[in-house]
Design a protein around this ligand. Structure first.
Ligand code: PLP
Length: 433
């Protein structure tokens, strides 16, 4: 090539959640049954989208032209008006329909929010974190995302002093990110900590980003509160979507809410630039927006959500019971979403790890994979060995979620209770105590 055509940030683009699938697919060919615990897709794991919701979609698809034409760039007016009323009621803060912008899934929104930041402006985000944030923020800044630690020994809560220190010592930090409820830890930020984020943002003139795609997946006892209701004038971007809660990940439908664009001119310009970026693509998918008000306002919707949450909470307790009692493992009861992050004791990490694969062919494949995985990536080596031995496909925290602490993430999505308990027991049995 006459010029290097590779983007300097391209090395930051990682998505282990799907990368590990390549190895799992090869193992399947050796006769191993794979237990897919890697992806947060309730539908793939066998959850049914309720019939009444599918009927609403079918009706919209079969009639008229609304769902077949382009929508306005910001999104369907009725969907934005519906959200404006519903969200203003929920948070007690007025959200104009004009400040809502639809995307093709939150993945698309996250991409644009970082891509259209000034190249030198950086966002300080959680560690571990859902990799689309850490990858795309890192790619935007051409170096790894700056992070604050979530502490597994303190319910995965962050230390606000660390955040304050990092903001003070790095003038390029322009914003703070939270994922609430959090993926991969299932942590829900307490109100007190959210207020600290707001205070730091006020003190250093930062803006806030809250990925709240799991907002309606916060367990009842979690006391979840949307950052929008605490933002107190701070420019704030809230991210929401349909993927997890309907659940309808294939809809590719998410949206962003901009708060307090009137308090900072630069933030208003930034919000406008993201809308313009969307405009160059014309708009997002129309069908899910067409049915959004009908589905979300259906009287059956809250019952559908609470039944699902009760199941996740029950599975979370079961996981804590089985894995939490293992001397080499540490787990924190999730308070929202459908994930569990498991970390290892220091003794376990220091021991050599050698879990034999299920059959000679699988062993050959495993050896080839392990040869390419760095010795220091203990949790990745563990996940690949667990997969080769048992077919259980979980995601390493370090390479999968940009994590400083080794461990793995599994889901709480298995619909068969016996299989779920069996998976937990198999994991526990393979780890020396
Ligand atoms: C925290 C978080 N944000 C965003 C997304 C992306 O969601 P979407 O399906 O809307 O692209 C996910 C998907 O797993 C997620 O966990």
């Amino acid at each position: 090539m006459r010029l290097n055509i590779v983007h300097p940030g391209s090395e930051e683009l990682k998505y282990e959640i799907r990368d590990i699938v390549k190895f799992a697919n090869k193992l399947e060919q050796t006769g191993l049954n794979i237990t897919w615990e890697n992806i947060g897709d309730p539908v793939s794991k066998g959850e049914e989208v309720p019939l009444w919701a599918r009927e609403i979609v079918a009706e919209a698809a079969s009639e008229g032209s609304a769902s077949y034409k382009y929508s306005p760039t910001k999104g369907m007016t009725k969907a934005r008006e519906f959200l404006s009323v519903a969200r203003s009621r929920e948070t007690g803060v007025n959200l104009s329909a004009e400040n809502i912008l639809f995307f093709n899934g939150l993945g698309d929104a996250i991409n644009k929010v970082y891509t259209w930041l000034n190249p030198s402006a950086r966002i300080l985000g959680p560690n571990p974190a859902y990799p689309t944030h850490s990858s795309l923020e890192g790619a935007h800044g051409s170096s790894a995302m700056l992070t604050y630690k979530l502490d597994p020994l303190n319910n995965w809560y962050p230390d606000v002093n660390e955040i304050r220190y990092k903001v003070r010592s790095n003038p390029n930090i322009a914003g703070l990110l939270i994922i609430n409820p959090d993926n991969p830890t299932g942590m829900v930020y307490p109100r007190k900590i959210l207020k600290e984020f707001v205070k730091i943002a006020q003190e250093y003139e930062l803006f806030l980003i809250a990925d709240e795609i799991y907002a309606n997946m916060a367990y009842e006892s979690s006391d979840f509160v949307s950052l929008a209701s605490l933002a107190d004038g701070v420019p704030t971007v809230i991210m929401r979507g349909l993927s997890k809660e309907v659940p309808w990940p294939g809809s590719r439908c998410g949206w962003v809410e901009f708060y307090n664009t009137d308090t900072d001119e630069n933030f208003a310009l930034y919000a406008g630039s993201i809308e313009n970026a969307k405009m160059t693509e014309v708009c997002s998918t129309s069908l899910p927006q067409t049915v959004l008000p009908t589905i979300l306002s259906d009287p059956r919707y809250p019952k559908h959500l609470s039944a699902r949450l009760a199941r996740y909470e029950r599975r979370g307790r079961r996981a804590v019971e089985i894995l939490g009692s293992h001397p080499s493992l540490h787990v924190v009861m999730p308070r929202g979403a459908f994930y569990l992050s498991v970390t290892f004791s220091e003794e376990f990490i220091l021991k050599p790890l050698n879990i034999p694969a299920a059959n000679p062919e699988a062993q050959k494949l495993l050896n080839a994979e392990l040869a390419a995985i760095h010795e220091a990536d203990f949790d990745k080596r563990f996940c690949y060995q667990l997969l080769g031995a048992t077919g259980i496909c979980v995601v390493p925290l370090s390479t999968g979620f940009n994590s400083y602490v080794p461990g793995f993430r599994m889901t709480l999505l298995e619909t068969n209770d016996n299989k779920f308990a069996e998976t937990l027991r198999t994991i526990a049995a393979i780890i020396p105590g």
